[in-house]
Design a protein around this ligand. Structure first.
Ligand code: NAP
Length: 264
């Protein structure tokens, strides 16, 4: 299966490229118009497009709403209009305004920030254009830095590097090992169109998860309670029914610790 990967040098895209048998990196889509994007697709003749390119930082989106709209809504729409099977990333942030406790199934979505509103609009409009589109609501993902790739802050790296961090003692939220995400992504081209929660599940609060990692690795980081935040707690039953299975948050962290021999 020939796959075209957008954002192939990004955090998820680089790990995905490493596990695909026939993955082709799209050139950067930044600054392109719809016909440029169509030409990229025609030249690659893919069976599936894995779309990881985005403006994925909440604050950057708030500061640049037009750029966020272009990257997070319009570009995915152009890809969906090509008629090629599209697998695109959404986010657990679409649950950021949910009042109920959770965990949330895919029917619930109440975004509380611009990034998440744009992602939700992308989900709805790409599905209207092409009902075969697969939208993956991802959790916060982590990994060690990759040699030669831009290092973006993530849960694990922050825990290793920062002297002090604040997490909520009431927010239920999962973090997912991005190498598991890359492995599971390979199966998503066969999914029927629709929205899927896609990542580790977790019964712990963010502060409990952080304390577990601090204690497991004997890290010096000082952990504070950041106060109440809305849950971003996902129920991934729908993906599991299609044999897409993730470790829970703690087992994913255990695997990552072992992969990188992080224990003293
Ligand atoms: N990282 C997380 O924890 C997380 C959590 C939930 C959801 N997600 C979603 O998962 C997907 C992958 O995330 P990621 O962390 O891999 O993203 P990333 O590393 O921040 O960015 C991926 C790629 O997006 C492209 N890009 C950046 N600005 C762009 C713009 N203005 N227009 C078009 N493309 C742009 C860049 O590729 P080029 O250099 O090729 O342009 C970049 O390498 C995204 O859809 C993100 O929203 C991520």
């Amino acid at each position: 299966m020939r796959a075209l990967v957008t954002g192939a040098r990004g955090f998820v895209g680089a790990r995905l490229m490493a596990v695909l048998d026939d993955g082709r990196a799209a050139p950067s889509l930044q600054g392109m118009c719809e016909s440029d994007v169509r030409r990229v697709i025609e030249a690659a003749e893919p069976d599936v497009i894995f779309h990881t390119a985005a403006i994925s930082d909440i604050q950057t989106c708030e500061k640049n709403p037009e750029a966020s709209y272009r990257a997070n809504v319009e570009i995915p729409l152009w890809l969906a209009r090509s008629g090629v099977k599209l697998v695109a990333f959404s986010t657990d942030q679409v649950y950021s305004g949910c009042g109920a406790e959770g965990p949330y199934t895919e029917e619930y979505a109440t975004p509380a920030n611009l990034y998440a509103r744009h992602k939700l609009e992308m989900e709805q409009r790409t599905l209207e254009l092409n009902p075969d589109t697969v939208l993956l609501r991802a959790t916060w993902m982590y990994d060690m830095p990759l040699y030669g790739a831009r290092n973006r802050g993530n849960f694990l790296v922050n825990m290793l590097l920062e002297p002090e961090l604040a997490f909520s003692s009431t927010q239920h939220r999962a973090v997912t090992y991005v190498r598991e995400v890359a492995e599971q992504l390979k199966k998503t081209a066969r999914l029927p169109g629709g929205v899927y929660n896609f990542g580790s599940e977790n019964d712990l609060t963010m502060l409990e998860t952080a304390r577990w990692l601090r204690d497991e690795l004997g890290l010096p980081v000082v952990l504070r309670d950041s106060g109440a935040r809305h849950n971003l707690w996902m129920d991934c039953t729908r993906a599991r029914r299609h044999r897409i299975r993730f470790s829970d948050t703690i087992d994913g962290l255990r695997q990552c610790i072992e992969d990188y021999a992080l224990r003293r």
